[in-house]
Write a new protein. Structure first.
Length: 77
């Protein structure tokens, strides 16, 4: 996965949109994708935060290692 956009850029994009500019115009102005601007502004509306979402998956804990749990490799083969 790529790195999240810097907070300084996020603040500038949010300010630009708050001034009344459109999402696509902000994307062109700051050289980011329109989807980033749309998703970012939606997340800011919902959470009130400029922080990026957490990336990756939560760690899963197993009682046995994956190689033992699947039964592979089978002994004697």
């Amino acid at each position: 996965m790529g790195k999240p956009h810097p907070m300084a850029l996020r603040e500038r994009v949010a300010g630009f949109v708050d001034e009344g500019h459109g999402h696509r115009e902000a994307a062109r102005h700051f050289l980011v994708s329109p989807r980033f601007v749309n998703d970012f502004m939606k997340r800011r509306r919902e959470t009130g935060s400029l922080e990026p979402r957490r990336q990756g998956h939560a760690a899963s804990f197993r009682s046995t290692p994956p190689s033992c749990a699947s039964g592979w490799p089978r002994p004697g083969i």
